[in-house]
Design a protein around this ligand. Structure first.
Ligand SMILES: *[C@@H]1O[C@H](CO)[C@@H](O)[C@H](O)[C@H]1NC(C)=O
Ligand SMILES: *[C@@H]1O[C@H](CO)[C@@H](O)[C@H](O)[C@H]1NC(C)=O
Ligand SMILES: *[C@@H]1O[C@H](CO)[C@@H](O)[C@H](O)[C@H]1NC(C)=O
Ligand SMILES: *[C@@H]1O[C@H](CO)[C@@H](O)[C@H](O)[C@H]1NC(C)=O
Ligand SMILES: *[C@@H]1O[C@H](CO)[C@@H](O)[C@H](O)[C@H]1NC(C)=O
Length: 954
């Protein structure tokens, strides 16, 4: 044949093929189908109507011979819309698989007319409506139909029974109702029938024995009633038999024993009665046996031991009696065993422990492999088992879930639970277990739920429990546990449920518990807990019933103030580093007798504002020896008991620098608000009286939260205590607990300079001589302070006290040192709150704060003393700044007019003018222009002797 002709024929053939009208019909059908869909992931983008044939399109397969579309496989393409008529144009379609999409609407009844269809899978969509009545009438060659997991309603059409080609029917998880079609067992070819999870009802028709090809039947989760089909055992090939969760009654049909191939028999959740038949042991292939939640009674048959392949055994919630047969030792493949909620008795089966150790122990070959996985779930709860928990329970090292609660077990919890490394639920609750919780519990690192409530456990909650870092539930209520709640449980970040109620727990609730952000409940009611409830987080909304029955717990939730949380003081000599509290009785020459009530009253004073007066007056007296050793605490009754501070961190520490203090005062005196004598940035000052009649001022620091460690605090305070100067208020001692710090000062009776200048009655004002002495005294005091390298930081007239002889004493110095760092913002906003005294460099972040800031404050004080005016005075609509006002007067040459009018011009001008000038120089804007305090003292002494000093300042 000539070459041209061959070419022509080939071309003609191609032409003919491309014009083939039938072939175009496949393209057309698919394009029509596609047009009715939403395709959000553009999966069908390759479907192009200009293509000559669709065989290369995604999800489309053609018969290689006929080139006609034979399979449409579009599973999981996220398609939505209706399953359209377009598909009816695909006459050679054999497999239609559209599962796991979002198809809606009803099932197109014409689909059933596609004579070539063998597989329809529309499962896992959102199809609704009923299955079309005649859908299966012309089913041709249909073998597999799955409409599972949709929203189909109505009954199963009778036409199903006519589709004798069917091998697999899966309508599970719909809302199909009504009875099974009476002819359903005519489907002799059926291998799989899954109608589970519907609303089907009525009795299961007779005749299932016809289905000798049936491999799996699942009628679970329906409303079938009546009896199990008696003849089911004749479906010899059945592997999966699931009738669970129906209303079936009667006993197990004897024919079941013929199901040699059965691997899974699930009849749970019915009303089956009678005994578990002995023939159950014949089902040697069984891997899953679920007879739970029925009314089965009698004993577990010994033949159960023949089920050597058994992996999951569930006999729970029946009325089984007797003990578990030893033959179960042979069930070496068990992964999960649940016999809970029966009336089984006897000792905990010891064979149980062998389940994990038998692998490869002469048992048949196929057992070995899986037995290495070992028992994972063991639930023996709510029976009548007695005896002790086997000491070697730890050999069940593969256990993940162990529940033996609600039995009559006694004895202690074996420490071998440490080996249960995979166990996440350990429930031993509601038994009669005694002894303590083994500390080895901390090694059960996978624990999420620890349930030991309702036993007779004693001892402490082991601190090791904090190592169970996945713990979500900690249930220890109704035992006899003592001791504190370990603070470490606050580190168990996942904790949701905590029940420690009805024990004998004591101590306080760790503050850190507020960190537990997932807490749902926290019940500690009916214990002996004391102290303050944690504040914040879950604890702000904790239900009062969760903490009730702890009379010593306090906090706003229980409506009880916290008076006694402040530890009892311990007297120590400030200089003794190592204290041995017991050896002091020999040499108590000087006694310090302290009434705790005074200190506690101060602690409680915070509640005065709330109108709550709740102070327990503990008449504990404390003796101290001066023999450089700590003193024992002595109870009022005379009974000695000793404390070592290192042993009991709850005790506070009281240190008196002078040693011969002797406090005693009625608590009521302190609770009276009149005892408050001052209030400043650092704290509130109260007055109390020593037994010898001497007064002291006690400052309760309100900067607790900011304070450094105890060690730093003590170092700083001791330094301040050593600053002895006539013009400085003496710090006589301190009291430390982490939550409360007190500074004990000498009490200066004359009141503050502020009071003398601004609050005093008009006639009784300070004379010039007194004022000059005050200025000089303040200067001397500050000069000494600066010599000791201490910056006051907080100068103001309210902090300068005047003693009975008119001598000034500067107080409140150096407290900023107690703060962790001298942040200016803190200093200026919180401490240097007194407006007008604050040196300008506080506002400027780059300038170093030095003693010169005190010099500035001193300068303002000088002006205040001389003029009798406050540093800043608020007039009706004006603010007068003293410094500016005096400076203006200097410029205008009218400085004398500035001097306090109350002096009625009764002052020596030759002293007053230089003092005012000195004040202005000290209050210079630029720190370096200000003199040192020692220079200031010199200048003032010169001013006092006008003949020598006057000229220098002019
Ligand atoms: C029936 O279909 C559902 C959904 O696709 C599937 O999960 C289930 O395993 C099927 N049933 C059987 C017995 O195969
Ligand atoms: C299923 O159908 C019922 C009524 O036919 C309807 O109320 C329900 O919302 C549907 N559920 C879903 C998940 O589509
Ligand atoms: C039987 O149906 C129930 C409910 O749909 C399902 O949970 C179970 O896995 C099914 N069993 C089998 C063997 O498919
Ligand atoms: C365990 O199985 C073996 C072999 O089938 C059998 O000989 C033995 O009696 C069984 N043990 C028990 C306790 O039933
Ligand atoms: C709890 O322990 C205490 C002291 O050990 C004992 O007196 C008390 O009887 C115990 N209570 C219970 C309920 O076991």
């Amino acid at each position: 044949m000539p070459y041209d002709l061959v070419l022509l024929l080939v071309f003609a053939a191609a032409l003919v093929q491309s014009l083939d009208p039938v072939l175009n019909d496949d393209v057309l059908g698919l394009i029509v189908f596609k047009a009715g869909l939403q395709d959000p992931k553009a999966k069908l983008i390759s479907w192009n109507e200009d293509d000559e044939n669709p065989c290369s399109w995604v999800g489309v397969k053609c018969d290689p011979r006929t080139k006609r579309v034979s399979e449409l496989l579009l599973d999981g393409y996220s398609l939505s819309g209706h399953v359209d008529r377009g598909l009816l144009r695909l006459p050679f379609l054999q497999t239609l698989s559209l599962s796991k999409n979002d198809f809606t609407g009803t099932i197109n009844p014409d689909l059933g007319r596609l004579g070539s269809l063998q597989v329809i899978d529309l499962s896992e969509n959102k199809l609704s409506g009923s299955i079309p009545r005649w859908f299966f009438q012309q089913c041709g060659s249909l073998r597999t139909v799955s409409l599972a997991v949709n929203n189909l309603t109505g009954s199963i059409p009778d036409s199903l029974s006519w589709c004798s080609t069917l091998m697999s029917v899966n309508f599970s998880s719909n809302q199909l109702s009504g009875r099974l079609p009476s002819g359903i067992w005519f489907l002799r070819g059926l291998q799989l029938l899954d109608l589970s999870d519907n609303l089907l009802e009525g009795e299961i028709p007779e005749g299932i024995e016809n289905l000798y090809d049936l491999r799996a039947i699942n009628l679970s989760k329906n409303r079938f009633s009546g009896k199990l089909p008696e003849d089911i055992g004749y479906c010899f090939l059945l592997k999966l038999v699931h009738f669970s969760e129906n209303f079936l009654s009667g006993s197990l049909p004897e024919s079941i024993q013929r199901l040699n191939s059965c691997t899974s028999l699930s009849l749970g959740g019915n009303s089956l009665s009678g005994a578990i038949p002995e023939w159950i042991g014949e089902l040697r292939g069984l891997e899953n046996l679920d007879l739970s939640a029925n009314r089965l009674s009698g004993q577990v048959p010994i033949s159960i031991g023949n089920l050597q392949l058994l992996k999951n055994l569930n006999f729970s919630v029946n009325q089984l009696t007797g003990s578990l047969p030893v033959s179960m030792t042979n069930c070496t493949n068990l992964l999960a065993m649940d016999v809970s909620n029966n009336q089984l008795a006897g000792n905990l089966p010891s064979w149980m422990l062998k389940l994990n150790t038998l692998s490869g122990n002469g048992v048949s070959g196929n057992v070995q492999h899986s037995s290495r996985r070992g028992l994972q779930v063991l639930d023996l709860s709510s029976n009548a088992f007695s005896g002790e928990i086997p000491a070697d329970i730890g050999v069940l090292s593969t256990l993940q879930f162990l529940n033996i609660s609600g039995n009559h077990l006694f004895g202690s919890i074996p420490s071998s639970i440490a080996e249960l490394k995979s166990v996440y639920v350990l429930d031993l609750s509601d038994n009669q277990l005694n002894g303590s919780i083994p500390s080895e519990i901390g090694e059960a690192v996978s624990l999420e739920e620890l349930r030991l409530q309702k036993n007779l456990l004693t001892g402490k909650i082991p601190i090791q429990v904090e190592k169970c870092s996945s713990l979500t539930s900690l249930m220890l209520s109704q035992n006899n546990l003592t001791g504190p709640i370990p603070a470490g449980i606050a580190n168990l970040k996942n904790l949701q449920y905590v029940d420690l109620s009805m024990n004998e727990l004591s101590g306080s609730l760790p503050k850190e518990l507020t960190n537990l952000s997932h807490l749902v409940s926290f019940n500690v009611s009916h214990n002996h807990l004391q102290g303050e409830l944690p504040v914040g987080g879950f604890f702000d909304t904790i239900s009062p019933s969760s903490i009730s029955g702890n009379p010593s717990l306090c906090g706003s939730v229980v409506n009880r103030s916290c008076p006694a949380v402040h530890p009892k003081p311990l007297v120590l000599n400030p200089n003794s580093s190592s204290s041995s509290p017991t050896n002091s009785s020999s040499s108590n020459h000087h006694k310090i007798i302290l009434s705790i009530s005074a200190l506690i009253a101060i602690g409680a004073a915070a509640f005065i504002a709330l109108g709550v007066i709740a102070v327990s007056v503990l008449n504990i007296h404390v003796r101290s020896s001066m023999s450089r050793s700590a003193a024992p605490l002595t109870l009022a009754g005379g009974e000695d008991f000793s404390y070592s501070p290192s042993n009991d961190p709850n005790y506070g520490k009281l240190v008196m620098f002078s040693g011969d203090a002797d406090f005693v005062t009625g608590a009521h005196a302190l609770l009276n608000k009149e005892c408050e004598i001052g209030r400043g940035g650092f704290g509130v000052v109260y007055q109390t009286i020593l037994r010898d009649g001497r007064s002291v001022a006690i400052k309760k620091l309100t900067i607790s939260g900011l304070i450094k460690s105890q060690e730093d605090f003590e170092t700083e305070v001791k330094k301040l205590g050593k600053v002895g100067h006539h013009n400085l208020v003496a710090l006589e001692g301190y009291y430390w607990t982490p939550s409360l710090q007190l500074l004990i000062y000498e009490y200066i009776s004359g009141g503050s300079l502020y009071k003398h200048l601004h609050d005093g009655p008009g006639g009784n004002c300070l004379s010039w001589r007194q004022r000059f002495n005050i200025v000089l005294g303040m200067a001397k005091g500050l000069a000494h302070l600066h010599q000791m390298k201490i910056i006051h930081y907080n100068l103001k007239s309210a902090n300068v006290l005047i003693d009975s002889s008119g001598e000034p004493k500067v107080g409140d110095f150096g407290l900023a040192r107690l703060l962790p760092m001298l942040d200016r913002c803190v200093l200026s906003s919180k401490i240097q709150s007194a407006l007008g005294y604050m040196a300008p460099e506080f506002a400027c972040r780059t300038v170093k704060i030095t003693e010169k800031c005190d010099v500035y404050g001193f300068g303002i004080l000088v002006l205040e003393v001389v003029t009798g005016k406050k540093p800043v005075e608020y007039m009706e609509d004006d603010v007068v700044v003293l410094n500016d006002m005096v400076r203006e007067a200097l410029d205008e040459g009218k400085m004398e007019d500035c001097v306090d009018g109350k002096l009625r011009r009764n002052f020596p001008v030759e002293e007053a003018i230089p003092v005012i000038k000195l004040g202005l120089i000290c209050a210079s804007q630029v720190p370096s222009n200000r003199p040192d305090m020692s220079e200031v003292v010199n200048i003032l002494e010169l001013i006092q002797c006008p003949s020598e000093g006057q000229d220098e300042l002019k």
